[in-house]
Design a protein around this ligand. Structure first.
Ligand code: AMP
Ligand code: ZN
Length: 468
């Protein structure tokens, strides 16, 4: 398999370090708010990677849950995002973490992302983080300021490994502007932060340096190395993690172990809105629930993500989601037709055309996860005459083991697709319910009934049924 490695800046052939299994660490959600569909794009690409790797090797996949220590600013100031949410919602930080973690996994499962082998919460690994900071201290990489224990980046020569020398200079310039007087270098970062003297934090622990909490970067280093050893085959995340989070992970881990931390750095590009960045903290975000409320199925969104390569930006629009939904419906209808035409006959798996089609699909995925090309192979298979119906069914089972689009789900009849006017009524009703305007919501229910659709409110959002 070829994978683009952010560190080497090219596609390299991937083989695992240990033949018995490949190892992969993915930065998980910060659970202080709902995940938005941009976050979910990253987990979908990581799932495609996991599924593709598993075609040829066992894989140990670890993902963390950041439930403490991620500060509002990446530059180690500002409050912990969890504590900010506490003030916003009037719940304890622990309750908030539990709630949003559960919501996150509901979306993760609905998008058919495979559950990682290990899911590790930061708050359950404080001793490992403290031990790692201690090792760095013993090796002379740390210093103390009034608000924490910091990492001295000038002592680590490979600090530019991911971003390159010239970009690093630019980043330093930016960081210098906001740099606290106590920091030795603009890129230095906190390993352990002290609790503020005037305020009791909800999440804090004893440490050899004083009561406080871990820095966000040390969390991932400690958990990745605990479960996967000092050298991890693949480390993934969104593109925003390259210049600070992952750069700092390399510095801490390699200074502590003296070994290469990650062999392949794989980063997914962002999902963007026409209006600009989608951000959890900025409040301008679309969640999977928003899409459900508008009558979309989570897998419509998964299909949309598969239409773009993971290293290109994808602009989210409802028009593109509509066309993804249509394509997925058509693909399910084609699949159902192949099943019915096969009439219970099975391919042996040895047929040359079938093997060729599978090889084409697999080659696309193994070429740095070229999902759009793999999808094109699927369309050629269903539309073309190269395969018999039984062979098509076999091929579609194989393709769906990677794409995970539920291709064998009973398709909606064309006539069952919702008319535009009905979809608009559903959207208005979702907005009314979100605003707790139940009178309006009931009026819209009546309007939908008049248009021929009964609406039910479920945990998956509004569901419609045509009134016979
Ligand atoms: P967070 O929960 O904010 O720590 O982010 C979870 C994951 O989503 C990380 O891998 C981020 O890099 C990624 N991410 C954040 N925003 C976007 C976006 N707009 N598009 C794609 N991935 C994103
Ligand atoms: Zn991380």
């Amino acid at each position: 398999m070829q994978l683009y490695n952010t560190e080497t800046r090219r596609k390299d052939v991937f083989t695992p370090l240990h033949s018995q299994e490949a190892t992969m660490y993915c930065c998980g959600p910060t659970v202080y708010n709902y995940a938005h569909i941009g976050n979910m794009r990253t987990y979908i690409f990581e799932d495609l990677l996991a599924r593709t790797l598993r075609l040829s090797m066992p894989l140990k996949h670890v993902m963390n849950v950041t439930d403490v220590g991620h500060l509002v600013s990446d530059a180690d100031d500002g409050e912990d995002k969890m504590e900010v949410a506490t003030a916003r919602e009037g719940k304890s930080a622990w309750e908030i973490a539990k709630y949003y973690e559960q919501k996150f996994f509901e979306d993760f499962d609905a998008l058919h992302c495979t559950r990682p082998t290990v899911i590790s919460r930061a708050t359950a690994h404080i001793p490992e983080m403290i031990a790692l900071v201690k090792t760095l201290e013993e090796k002379g990489y740390t210093y103390r300021t009034s608000d924490g224990i910091y990492y001295d980046t000038s002592k680590f020569p490979r600090y530019d490994a991911l971003v390159g020398r010239s970009r690093l200079e630019g980043l330093k310039g930016g960081a210098r502007v906001e740099m606290s007087e106590e920091k030795r270098n603009p890129t230095d970062f906190a390993l352990w932060k002290f609790s503020p003297k005037d305020k009791k934090r909800q999440m804090e622990w004893e440490s050899p340096w004083g009561v406080g909490f871990p820095g966000w970067h040390i969390e991932c280093s400690a958990m990745a190395m605990k479960y996967l050893g000092p050298t991890v085959d693949i480390h993934c995340g969104g593109i925003d993690h390259v210049s600070v989070h992952h750069t700092n992970e390399i510095a801490q881990s390699e200074a502590a172990t003296g070994q290469r931390y990650v062999r392949f750095w794989v980063h997914g590009e962002f999902l963007v809105l026409r209006a600009g960045k989608m951000s959890k903290s900025g409040g301008t975000f679309v969640t999977l629930q928003t899409l459900r409320d508008k009558g979309y199925d989570p897998l419509d969104y998964r299909y949309l993500c598969l239409t773009a390569h993971y290293r290109t930006q994808l602009e989210f629009t409802y028009e593109s989601l509509d066309s993804a939904r249509k394509s997925l419906q058509t693909l399910r209808r084609e699949t159902a037709q192949a099943v019915s035409a096969a009439g219970g006959q099975h391919a042996s798996g040895q047929e040359a055309a079938l093997q060729q089609a599978k090889a084409r699909f697999r080659a696309a995925m193994e070429d740095d996860l070229n999902a759009p090309k793999a999808l094109a192979a699927v369309w050629d298979c269903v539309r073309g005459n190269d395969l018999t119906p039984a062979e098509k069914v076999d091929f579609l089972h194989f393709a769906d083991s990677i794409l995970a689009l539920d291709l064998f789900r009973a398709p909606q009849e064309k006539s069952e697709e919702l008319p535009e006017a009905v979809r608009q009524l559903l959207q208005q009703r979702a907005a009314a319910r979100a605003a707790k305007d139940y009178k309006k919501s009931d009026d819209l229910r009546d309007a939908l009934a008049a248009a021929g659709y009964r609406v039910k409110d479920t945990s998956q959002g509004q569901q419609t049924e045509k009134i016979k």
